[in-house]
Design a protein around this ligand. Structure first.
Ligand SMILES: *[C@@H]1O[C@H](CO)[C@@H](O)[C@H](O)[C@H]1NC(C)=O
Ligand SMILES: *[C@@H]1O[C@H](CO)[C@@H](O)[C@H](O)[C@H]1NC(C)=O
Ligand SMILES: *[C@@H]1O[C@H](CO)[C@@H](O)[C@H](O)[C@H]1NC(C)=O
Length: 280
C-alpha cells in the first residue's frame, strides 16, 4: 500500500517536472530587424528611421504584432511592398529589393548588437510572376542576402521565413489561364523552399555550419499561412459593399485584397514566430 502511494507520488512529481521542462523559455530581444516585401511592409512613419511604402491589410501586419509580443527595445522594418528577391522592385529597378534592404542595413549598422533578431521574409513570390523559371535566381539572391548578414554578425538570431505559395490567392484565381499559372507558381515555390531549407540546414554546406555562433533557422511560413486560412473564405477578399454584410462578416475572410492576407492571418503568423523563438 505504502509503495503504491510512493509510486503515485513519484509519477506525479515526474509529470509536474516534465511540464516544467517543456515550458518554453522567454525570448529576450534587444532589437528586431525585418526584411521582406508587401507581406511585411508596415507602412511609413513620420520619423527619420522608417522604411517601406504602405501597409496592405485591414489591421496590423505580422511584424507589428510580433514587436508587441516580444517587446524588443528596438524595431526597424526594412520591408518594401513590391520588393523582389534581388535589388529590384516589381515596378522599378535598383532599389528596395530584399538584397538591397540587407545591403542598406549593413551599410548603416557596421556593428550589430548580439541580442538582435533578424527576420528575413524570403522575397521571391513577386519574382515568380515575371519571366519563366526564376527558382535558381531567387534562391541565389536569398543566399547572397544571408551571406551579407552573416558577415556582419558575430552573434544573434536569423529567422528565414520561407516563400508563401500564392497559387490559390484570389489574384491568381481571377487571372487568365489561372490553372496554368497556379501549377507553375506552385512548382517554383516548392522547389525554392526545398532549396532554402538545404541552404540553411545542409550538414556540410549549410549556413548553420558556416556560422556556428549565430542561430539560423527556417520557419515554414507557407505552412503557417495555409493553416491560418483554414476555415476562412479564401476565394474572395472581404468587402463590406454587399447587402448582407454583418457585424462579424469580416472575421470570416482570409484575404484583405487579391493578394494580401487579412490581419487575422498576420496575427497567427506572429504567434507562430513566437513559438519558434521560444523553442530555440
Ligand atoms: C540601375 O542600375 C544599372 C546598373 O548599375 C544601371 O545601368 C541602370 O541605369 C540603373 N537604372 C536606373 C533606372 O537607375
Ligand atoms: C527550373 O529550372 C531547373 C533547372 O535550372 C529545373 O530543375 C526545374 O525543374 C525547373 N522548374 C520549373 C518549375 O520549371
Ligand atoms: C466567399 O465569399 C464570397 C463573397 O462573399 C461568396 O460568394 C462565396 O460563396 C464564399 N465562398 C465560400 C467557400 O464560402
Amino acid at each position: 500500500m505504502k509503495w503504491t502511494v510512493f509510486l503515485f507520488a513519484c509519477l506525479l512529481i515526474d509529470a509536474v517536472h516534465s511540464r516544467i521542462l517543456h515550458k518554453p523559455h522567454e525570448f529576450l530581444c534587444g532589437a528586431l530587424f525585418v526584411f521582406g516585401d508587401s507581406l511585411s511592409d508596415d507602412g511609413i512613419e513620420v520619423a527619420d528611421e522608417s522604411y517601406g511604402f504602405e501597409r496592405t491589410s485591414n489591421g496590423p501586419v505580422w511584424p507589428e504584432y510580433l514587436q508587441k509580443m516580444l517587446a524588443c527595445d528596438r524595431y526597424v522594418n526594412y520591408a518594401y511592398s513590391g520588393a523582389k528577391s534581388g535589388r529590384d522592385n516589381f515596378y522599378f529597378p535598383n532599389w528596395s529589393g530584399l538584397l538591397w534592404q540587407v545591403e542598406r542595413f549593413v551599410d548603416t549598422h557596421p556593428q550589430i548588437p548580439s541580442d538582435s533578431l533578424m527576420i528575413m521574409q524570403a522575397g521571391g513570390a513577386i519574382d515568380f510572376f515575371t519571366g519563366n523559371n526564376k527558382t535558381q535566381e531567387v534562391v541565389e539572391n536569398i543566399h547572397e542576402a544571408m551571406n551579407v548578414l552573416l558577415k556582419t554578425m558575430t552573434a544573434g538570431t536569423i529567422l528565414v521565413l520561407n516563400i508563401v505559395d500564392q497559387s490559390s490567392a484570389p489574384g491568381v484565381l481571377a487571372a487568365e489561364e489561372s490553372q496554368v499559372l497556379q501549377k507553375r507558381i506552385s512548382a517554383m515555390v516548392g522547389e525554392a523552399n526545398t532549396q532554402l531549407t538545404h541552404l540553411v540546414y545542409d550538414s556540410e554546406l549549410g549556413l548553420r555550419k558556416k556560422a556556428p555562433a549565430i542561430t539560423v533557422r527556417v520557419l515554414d511560413l507557407n505552412g503557417v499561412v495555409v493553416r491560418a486560412m483554414t476555415d476562412l473564405n479564401t476565394t474572395e477578399p472581404f468587402t463590406h459593399h454587399t447587402k448582407d454584410t454583418g457585424t462579424r462578416s469580416i472575421y470570416q475572410y482570409a484575404y484583405h485584397d487579391l493578394w494580401h492576407p487579412s490581419t487575422f492571418v498576420h496575427h497567427k503568423i506572429a504567434q507562430a514566430i513566437v513559438r519558434e523563438l521560444q523553442d530555440l
